[in-house]
Design a protein around this ligand. Structure first.
Ligand code: SAH
Length: 258
């Protein structure tokens, strides 16, 4: 075992991570079927509605939202290359008039209060932290608007030490379902839906990565950052297979009520 195995994705040179993820349709655990399922809980969207997709990456799910609503949609991500790829895809799908990516920071969103009908964020809110995100973003939603986010979550009150330690370090805000729902309610949302994403969301994510890891390592032969990153991803994947009864991604959908 290597000493770096407990490092997390957050500890590595961001350019390496960016490169590793730039050629996948999605940069986090998710797929269009699950995006559409979550969308089915949202009512009242019209062509006048405005959606923000926060931490959109290359816009895989944003394009899905674009094809399945008539709304104006703004995707926001910190990384310019992701946004450029997103805007090329939007153009190629002829969605460019109402589905656009912009570079921006989820800590300082470029919206005014009560501008949005829906805030979407898959596999991203952990960057700011779930509780901070849902609290800070609420003001941008109209009263009656919705938030739909995915978040890594404990499925039980107690976990084996190895997995507890790993996630405690990687994402200390990981918590149980009732605690996440209570945070939503406290932040001023009516919890509309809370459900588990299927295991395949992670197993597909990791198996797609496994297919690319050899090429990635060949390209960065001798680069310690690349090697450490690859081994940390493999470690995380092995942990998932071992402990998937104890945690996974959940969709949390809420409606702004105050
Ligand atoms: N929603 C996409 C991408 C998830 S990966 C999907 O599900 O496929 C997480 C994304 O959050 C990355 O694209 C990363 O660039 C972005 N990100 C990280 N910190 C951010 C911040 N402070 N503001 C905006 N985006 C951020």
């Amino acid at each position: 075992m290597m000493s770096n195995e407990k490092q997390t994705i957050h500890d590595f040179d961001i350019n390496i991570i960016y490169e590793y993820f730039s050629n996948t349709e999605r940069q986090g655990p998710g797929n269009s079927k699950e995006t559409l399922k979550a969308l089915s809980f949202i009512t009242g969207l019209t062509e006048k509605s405005k959606i923000a997709d926060i931490g959109c990456g290359t816009g895989g799910q944003t394009i899905t939202l674009g094809h399945n609503t008539s709304c104006e949609i703004i995707g926001i991500d910190l990384w310019q290359d992701f946004i450029e790829k997103f805007n090329r895809n939007s153009f190629n799908q002829n969605l460019q008039d109402r589905v656009k990516g912009i570079v921006g920071n989820m800590e300082n969103l470029p919206f005014h209060e009560e501008e949005l009908d829906l805030i979407w964020s898959e596999g991203s809110i952990y960057n700011i932290g779930f509780e901070r995100g849902i609290n800070e973003w609420r003001k941008y939603l109209k009263i009656g608007g919705y938030i739909a986010v995915t978040e890594n979550t404990w499925f039980s009150e107690e976990r084996p030490e190895e997995i507890q330690e790993f996630w405690q370090k990687a994402y200390p805000e990981i918590d149980t379902i009732p605690n996440k729902v209570a945070q939503m309610q406290k932040a001023g949302y009516l919890p509309i839906a809370t459900y588990m994403l299927p295991e395949t969301i992670w197993t597909d994510y990791y198996s797609k990565q496994a297919l690319r890891i050899d090429d990635f390592l060949k390209k960065h032969k001798g680069n310690k950052t690349a090697e450490d990153f690859a081994s940390s991803q493999l470690y995380e994947s092995n942990l998932y297979h071992k402990y998937k009864a104890y945690y996974g991604y959940m969709f949390y959908i809420g409606k702004r009520v105050k």
